[in-house]
Design a protein around this ligand. Structure first.
Ligand SMILES: [Zn+2]
Length: 117
């Protein structure tokens, strides 16, 4: 961080070391709470979020995957038509599991055969 004072960096480092890890911290204290923990002793002012429409004064941390059924089906174009035909014969369709969120998409032989490439 250019321009950041040595003491500030030292403090940030110490704060980071004292933290239990980002996942338990977020679970325990939420996004703003985690930020507060990180900025402890650094004159960090929490914005009044209730004025922005968050009555709990915090923004809920959320993870939303952008995968869709269409995108999952498109992933099957990386297989050759022969390989796709094999999935249909052997497994009666195909299953695509999203690497990010774990969502499982099952495709019927008809859906798989809509892929031309
Ligand atoms: Zn996903």
């Amino acid at each position: 961080m250019p321009g950041a004072k040595k003491e500030v960096l030292g403090r940030l480092e110490a704060n980071l070391k004292a933290l239990p890890g980002i996942t338990p911290l977020l679970r325990e204290r939420g996004l703003e709470g985690a930020l507060e923990a990180l900025m402890e002793g650094l004159d960090f002012q929490r914005t009044d979020l209730s004025a922005l429409g968050y009555p709990q004064n915090e923004i809920p941390a959320r993870f939303r995957c952008r995968c869709t059924r269409e995108k999952a089906l498109e992933a099957l174009v990386f297989f050759t038509p022969e390989e796709r035909e094999e999935m249909i014969v052997k497994d009666g369709g195909a299953e695509v599991v999203c690497h990010w969120c774990g969502e499982v998409y099952r495709f019927s032989p008809e859906e798989i055969r809509t892929l031309v490439a």
